[in-house]
Design a protein around this ligand. Sequence first.
Ligand code: ZN
Length: 150
Amino acid sequence: MSMSRLSGVDDLNEMYESIILDHYRNPRNLKKLASPDLEKDVNNPFCGDELSIQLNIENDVVTDLSVSGNGCAISQSSGSLLAESVINLTKIQILELIVNVRKMMRGEDISEEIRDSLGDIEALEGVKKFPVRIKCALLGWTGLEDLIQD
Ligand code: ZN
């Protein structure tokens, strides 16, 4: 892992940095699904990030999801945080979550209640100080949004 891969992480506060690095080194839900109902590959050419998203969906609830890829620590850890956060949520709940993640990354005001609902995803907030990295952080979320929106 080269230092340049981690640029942008170094300046985040320590607690957030440890969450991001943990997800980067040990990504959750990496295993490809046997028979996905929906799948999509997304990439961020500005940074060279790639993510493959697969999911199973039943009665509008995401029952299983896989996120795998290559790229910088921010894009990959964000994909892992996503994978950990959306299983067993309804499509509507996921779309709401994505709206809130995007608000957080844009530095918009979000309520304490929303902040609590984000859990570890909040670790990505420090990335908003690095505008070129926001695309990295949102790559998976934008891909998932496209995937579940009819
Ligand atoms: Zn990136």
